[in-house]
Design a binder for this molecule. Structure first.
Ligand code: ATP
Length: 139
């Protein structure tokens, strides 16, 4: 059966590399499932969990918190470039919960201030990252 390779690259290096029979990522249009022989594409990614169905370990799904970025699908090679990404086993849940509380507070403060659209957006994205990490950490 045809298969794909999937690699997640961040400024910390290659955070994930495996062979997959299916990969699901979050895009601005919603979740996208990628099967072998998918058409070549480049797409932005949202802050969302990535689900990888492993070829070498049937029944095993790997979860990765992908914090936005870009995906390229080309000739059964999937490359994800993100500012940060963590595998489920790497996630420090307490840290993510603290980040969520902090982001919620920052969001509330920013929303109460005039001319703070940038600050609101930054807090919203920090909150999305924290929630994504908590979701993946709890899988
Ligand atoms: P925090 O406020 O907790 O630092 P952050 O969203 O600001 O979170 P990032 O700037 O996105 O953090 O990431 C900085 C580095 O820390 C990256 O290498 C990222 O993978 C790692 N990281 C962030 N949060 C966690 C977490 N909860 N568990 C494990 N690694 C994390």
């Amino acid at each position: 059966m045809a298969e794909m390779t999937v690699q997640v690259v961040t400024p910390d290096g290659i955070k994930y590399a495996h062979r997959a029979s299916m990969v699901v990522v979050g895009t601005p249009d919603g979740e996208m499932g990628i099967l072998p022989d998918h058409v070549n594409i480049i797409s932005p990614l949202t802050v969302h969990e990535m689900k990888v169905y492993r070829v070498d370990q049937e029944q095993t799904i790997n979860w990765v918190a992908v914090n936005g970025g870009i995906i390229e699908v080309k000739n059964n090679q999937i490359t994800i470039i993100a500012n940060s990404a963590e595998r489920k086993r790497e996630i420090d849940l307490d840290r993510a919960k603290r980040a969520k509380v902090r982001a919620e507070r920052e969001l509330e403060e920013a929303q109460a201030k005039p001319h703070s659209a940038d600050q609101v957006r930054r807090a919203q994205v920090a909150l999305e990252r924290a929630i994504n990490r908590i979701n993946v950490g709890n899988k």
